[in-house]
Design a protein. Structure first.
Length: 458
């Protein structure tokens, strides 16, 4: 028993150091001898949470909470179980488990966790109440002040929210700055943001994040004001100018490479967790399902444009015989994640159009959520036709709109079915299939899109 305790202690140390693989191996050895061991299951659940393996996390945390010997241990397992369910968007189940944890132990962190669930459910009064309790128990939790300010903003008390935020014990962190800049805009204090920006030595990404956050929170006018402040400092910044163009209704033919590269390098590590677990992204599976009837039984060569972390490659690999799979992306960090799948025969750091010009005799070209960064598609379709074999397939998705094509305030491009149809004949392509679909959630609402499957004719 003593040796097991020492081994668990070592695993906890490794976990705290971020050495998940080593901690995982130790816990698995304990589980092999004692499958119901509380601490080993708890640590395996936490490791799975940190590595975004949510079904595995849920399994081990269920075992941990059932086999806990004390109220403290059970509460810890229940709180972590609630987190795993929240990450899976199962908020009502998550709420049940965090309520059980709080019935066993009134801990500030548990109240914060429940407040996060209330935020996802837009239950602002309950969120506010829990955060006030959390702060009364433990006044030095910066995240609680930021979340409380957010709750008060949603309850229509933006002035008090701003005052509260400025009393926060850890201000100037990015999350604090994002909410503070937004509240300053709501309270007609953009000049204070300009003063702060002149003092702080923020990176370009940190400055742009202020406007991005205001846009995400559905305050486009404040986002525009914040972007304009930054433009004074960085007048030639491609990503910043693209966002301003989108908000000001100025169309460009495609998003700058620097904008796409910066966006995806910065979000790559959390990309799959946010997209799949929070935004309910199932486009890769939907596209592969639609493709199934149009692929030959023989092994095919595939180019995955804008491959990201490899979600579309994973979906296709389980359904098709592939002789070669090439992933293309402008984000090096995304390509590193795609490489970890061990599915791609080649990964290329390049933009879509340049890569297509150098590609020939391909059976299948895929572009999932890629055309949202290209407005005018004439060159793309020309190069796709060049890169495909006769009878080759081009499968892609678009965000839908009723006009030809447009740059949305989100900074993404939208395309109509009529516009896609207008490009077919001149590029020796025919429409084999199309289907309307939901691409992902945005502000808790589905984003309307369409999947197209085209064929090249000889």
């Amino acid at each position: 028993m003593k040796q097991t305790e020492q081994t668990i202690s070592k695993a906890m140390t490794l976990l705290n150091q971020g050495k998940y693989d080593s901690a995982h191996k130790i816990c698995k050895r304990i589980i092999a001898r004692a499958p119901l061991h509380y601490q080993a299951n708890l640590l395996l659940g936490v490791i799975a949470l940190n590595t975004h393996k949510l079904s595995i996390a849920e399994k081990h945390l269920q075992l941990a909470q059932k086999n806990a010997k004390s109220k403290h241990d059970k509460a810890q397992a229940l709180s972590n179980l609630s987190l795993s369910l929240s990450y899976q968007q199962r908020f009502l189940e998550a709420l049940e488990y965090i309520n059980q944890a709080l019935n066993l132990k009134q801990q500030a962190l548990f109240y914060c966790n429940r407040a996060n669930i209330f935020e996802q459910l837009s239950r602002w009064s309950e969120m506010q109440k829990d955060l006030m309790i959390a702060i009364s128990i433990s006044p030095n939790i910066p995240e609680a002040y930021i979340s409380l300010a957010l709750a008060k903003r949603h309850l229509g008390d933006s002035n008090t929210a701003l005052e509260l935020l400025e009393q926060c014990p850890e201000y100037t962190e990015q999350d604090w700055l994002n909410e503070w800049a937004l509240l300053s805009g709501i309270n007609n204090r953009i000049d204070k943001v300009e003063e702060q920006l002149s003092i702080l030595n923020l990176s370009d990404d940190a400055m742009i994040s202020l406007g991005d956050y205001a846009l995400e929170q559905n305050y486009p006018e404040i986002a525009q004001a914040l972007y304009l402040l930054m433009q004074k400092k960085r007048p030639n910044h491609a990503a910043l100018n693209h966002q301003l163009n989108a908000l000001q209704g100025i169309s460009s033919t495609q998003a700058p490479r620097e904008y796409i590269e910066s966006l995806f390098n910065s979000c790559a590590d959390q990309f799959e967790d946010r997209l799949v677990n929070q935004l309910l992204y199932t486009l890769p599976e939907q596209m592969v399902k639609q493709l199934a009837g149009f692929l030959p039984n023989t092994a095919i060569s595939v180019v995955d444009l804008g491959c990201g972390t490899g979600l579309l490659g994973k979906a296709l690999s389980s359904k098709a015989s592939i002789s070669s799979l090439t992933g293309v992306d402008v984000s090096k960090v995304m390509l590193e994640h795609a490489g970890k799948t061990k599915l791609y025969h080649q990964l290329i750091h390049d933009d879509v159009l340049s890569n297509l010009q150098a590609t020939k005799n391909t059976d299948l070209i895929m572009a999932g959520d890629v055309l949202i960064y290209i407005g005018e598609l004439t060159s793309l379709f020309k190069y796709v036709s060049h890169a495909l074999k006769d009878n080759g397939i081009f499968a892609f998705s678009v965000e839908s709109c009723s006009t030809h094509w447009r740059l949305d305030k989100s900074g993404r491009y939208q395309h109509s079915a009529n516009y896609i149809h207008s490009l077919l004949n001149k590029n020796n392509l025919s429409l084999e299939h199309s289907t309307i679909c939901d691409l992902r959630l945005e502000k808790n609402q589905p984003v309307a899109g369409e999947i197209f499957i085209l064929k090249k004719h000889g």
